[in-house]
Design a protein around this ligand. Structure first.
Ligand code: F6R
Length: 631
């Protein structure tokens, strides 16, 4: 939660930083601000509300200067007001700070600083950081020593955080600190040389310099940076116009390891789409094809190296949150059916606070699109502390979860920017299916005929996804016209479509703000059926699978009580059509286990269409953030 950016270079820092914040706003978007250093002064611009408010403020009152830090906020402590916007500056006006994470002992530090005469300007936990650093830099043993003041301040802070600091008297210098929240350093072009004309500023320069950037995530470094270095926990970085210096919190110098950035700036723009969510839904055929490409060679399954002997695994625990948890529920079905092993699906925020049993042959699989979800990361660390091996199934392969796992299964879905997870979900489900095949093969349980059937079915999936997206659109639009004003919606599914029901409900809730719940359809008669009325749309997910007849009985029960039925099923299914007010047509998967990948598609589009009709911002739904790096 919250995005941090920083820039040192020949371009105007304010304009570079606003674009960087645009790329980070999926991390939080209730207020934003930046600080630019110029002529020995720190200049601030901050605005409550969406980033466009800050952008408008900056175009009305631009800032001079080539070194700055910026922040987009997801409020934890203090409402999203201008006073609570970052950057926060200390009382003496010496340091400015942007911060991601939570300072757990902020109340204690605030009282201590107040007792010493400091007057706070905000309600945030963050403000204790600049106030503390400002005091340490102004007097005492660390007076005038930026690194020393930072290290002394860090020693007083509890919690998990990343922050960046400008010192008013240190031009072209940004300090950055990481303990628990991600932070990356980007390296751009060198510019200028002794006595030559700088191609960017068109001025004669004295020194060869380097453009340096800082961000919570790679997209915010683009297009300026060509290389990236990931700060590790417990490191301090000093960015200057010559490069970067790194130290551990203990003061030991560390060599910065830069890698070439492979992501392109185009991958993080909307292209011709109205929203990232629409673009990401449409990308699903290509995403699934890419994942298959990486895991299949001709008629064979390629087994990625996960650093674990899968044939010895007899118990798998999936750790995940939100949409990733729904994918995990499908992963359980795949592993049970194909590899016949015992599987638990655990919500990360529950697992981490239990004392889970660690048996010899347990494997934990941490599923996370972002790879930064705090609860899933904590669950991973708990498992590893019990010597349980962990595989990270992540989209962001450079994320903390990827780096701390014993093995990594990448989703290859490309950057997912819309807050609602869509393409990452279907990629997770397919990746879990391929993983289950891999485990089954390692255990000698996958006959070559079964492997061939699985591969042929998986290969056909991208085309079926493309067809389903095309054919469902009209029916989805018609139903959205009718039901966008409904107060609530119920989603029912059985077997593999129970997770689809949960996921369909989550999409509608989070982007259209419609109260929605998903149930295993067999549970419906045990209470929730009391909700049925002529005003309640009930979405029944009803492909031709082994639960089909049972689902038809559920439809009959809803119809008998005058409920409104939207069904998800085959276009050719006349019996289903006759029972439904609306039918969202889907294709039929060759392998039933893969059907939920097709069934969710019209529900993603339905949530999108309802949200549009309710004037909701689908990419930035209220109160949410893409990457949940706080508890
Ligand atoms: C819903 C959604 C969230 C995430 C959850 C976990 O559309 O995106 O529910 O699935 O916050 O995030 P990751 O997968 O990044 O760990």
């Amino acid at each position: 939660m919250c995005g941090i950016a920083g820039y040192i270079g020949p371009k105007g820092a304010d304009s570079v930083l606003v674009v960087a914040l645009e790329r980070l706003k999926y991390r939080g978007y209730d207020s934003a601000g930046l600080a630019v250093l110029n002529d020995g002064e720190i200049h601030l611009r901050r605005a409550a509300g969406k980033l466009k408010n800050l952008a408008e403020l900056i175009s009305a009152q631009p800032l001079e200067g080539h070194c700055g830090i910026a922040h987009t906020r997801w409020a934890t402590h203090g409402a999203p007001t201008e006073a609570n916007c970052h950057p926060h500056v200390d009382q003496g006006g010496t340091v400015a700070v942007v911060h991601n994470g939570i300072i757990e002992n902020h109340e204690h530090l605030r009282r201590e600083l107040q007792a010493g005469g400091v007057v706070f300007q905000s309600e945030t936990d963050t403000e204790v950081i600049p106030q503390l650093i400002g005091q340490l830099y102004a007097a005492g043993p660390t007076k005038g020593d930026a690194l020393g003041s930072l290290r002394a301040a860090i020693a007083r802070l509890d919690g998990s955080f990343a922050f960046a600091v400008l010192f008013v008297d240190l031009p072209n210098r940004i300090f950055a600190v990481r303990k628990g929240s991600p932070l990356l350093i980007g390296m751009g072009k060198t510019y200028g040389a002794d006595g030559q004309i700088d191609p960017v500023t068109e001025r004669v320069t004295k020194h060869r310099r380097r453009e340096m950037l800082l961000a919570s995530d790679v997209p915010a470094l683009l297009p300026h940076a060509t290389k990236v270095c990931y700060l590790d926990d417990g490191q301090i970085a000093e960015l200057t116009d010559q490069g970067v210096n790194l130290w551990t919190f203990g003061g030991v110098p560390v060599e910065a390891q830069f890698k070439v950035i492979e992501m392109t700036a185009e991958a993080v723009t909307k292209g011709s789409f109205d929203s990232f969510m629409a673009k990401e839904i449409a990308e699903q055929p290509a995403v699934l094809a890419r994942l298959l490409e990486s895991r299949l060679r001709g008629g064979d399954l390629v087994e990625p190296e996960v650093g674990i002997d899968l044939k010895t695994v007899s118990h798998v625990v999936f750790l995940a949150a939100g949409t990733s948890w729904h994918a995990a529920m499908l992963g359980k079905r795949f592993l049970e059916q194909l590899a016949r092993i015992h599987v638990e699906v655990d919500i990360s925020s529950e697992y981490r606070y239990r004392n889970p049993v660690a048996s010899g042959n347990t494997l934990v699989v941490a599923i996370s699109q972002s790879g930064e979800t705090a609860d899933t990361l904590a669950g991973l660390r708990l498992a590893r502390a019990k010597f349980i091996p962990v595989i990270g199934l992540v989209n962001v392969v450079t994320s903390t979860i990827a780096r701390e796992s014993n093995g990594v299964l990448p989703l290859l879905a490309g950057p997912e920017i819309g807050v609602a997870s869509t393409k990452a979900y279907t990629a997770q489900v397919l990746a879990l299916y391929l993983f289950a095949l891999q485990v089954a093969k390692a255990k000698g349980l996958l006959s070559s005929a079964a492997e061939q059937h699985a591969i042929v079915s998986a290969r056909g999936l991208p085309e079926l996804v493309a067809r389903t997206l095309r054919q469902a659109e009209e029916a989805v639009g018609e139903a959205a016209d009718i039901f966008s004003s409904a107060q609530a919606t119920v989603f029912l599914g059985r077997g593999g479509e129970h997770p689809t029901a949960l996921e369909g409900a989550l999409k509608l809730k989070e982007i259209a703000y419609v109260h929605a719940v998903g149930y295993p359809a067999g549970e419906f008669k045990h209470g929730p059926i009391a909700l049925v009325s002529p005003h309640l749309p009930v979405v029944c997910i009803c492909p031709h699978d082994q639960m089909y007849e049972k689902m038809l009985s559920n439809l009959q029960e809803v119809r008998a009580r005058a409920g409104r039925i939207i069904s998800v099923g085959l276009a050719s299914d006349q019996a289903l059509r006759d029972l439904s007010d609306h039918l969202f047509p889907i294709e039929s998967a060759t392998e039933e286990l893969l059907q939920p990948i097709l069934s969710i598609l019209p529900l993603q589009r339905y949530a999108y269409q309802v949200a549009m009709r309710r004037d909701c911002d689908v990419d930035q739904p209220r109160n949410l953030a893409k990457s949940v790096t706080v508890e």
